[in-house]
Design a protein around this ligand. Sequence first.
Ligand code: FES
Length: 206
Amino acid sequence: MSEINLQIDGKKVIASEGMTILDAARSAGVSIPTLCDHEKLHPYGACRVCTVEADAHERTSLLAACQHPVEEGLVVRTRTEQVDKIRKVLLEQMLAHAPDSEQINELAKIYGADRDRFEKESNFCILCGLCVRYCAEIKQKHAIGFFDRGAKREIAFIPEIALRECWDCKECFPLCPTSALQAAYVLTEALAAPPTAPKSCGGCKG
Ligand code: FES
């Protein structure tokens, strides 16, 4: 595998072909925030909090570090005014959905995100897709998926599969940066549970 030389925050970094900017940054001890990245899953590029600024081919671009592969001579900056501003707005939008998420609040402190900038949304999901991808790629069960489009897009369990596969798995629960996933599962179980049959009374007649 060929070596690729790049620069991250002024540090010379030697990466291998096939690595992403995020991989290279981690290998050099440079921290980049992430919310939808998982070492075992294919990069998905949903949250964009890993956005960095990079110079390549005489252009400066904003790139998702978790998706963009390293390139020879790439010059990456992980904290610039523009990068911080993008992360701040993204976090503010996420806080409208998940105001109590510990992970998002921790990042919000770093980037000065305002919890109340956007009107609160009733859906707690930030659509990071970690649960959907974990269930499909690792467990190969496809018990949870995305439904609808645009502002109506949401995750939901597929009751027929979830009730069969999830009760003794639930490995996706700790991946969720918000409480949306557990809530969705509880709702699925509740909706699918057959109404409790009245207990028969042995001694009663008629
Ligand atoms: Fe890169 Fe979410 S971690 S887009």
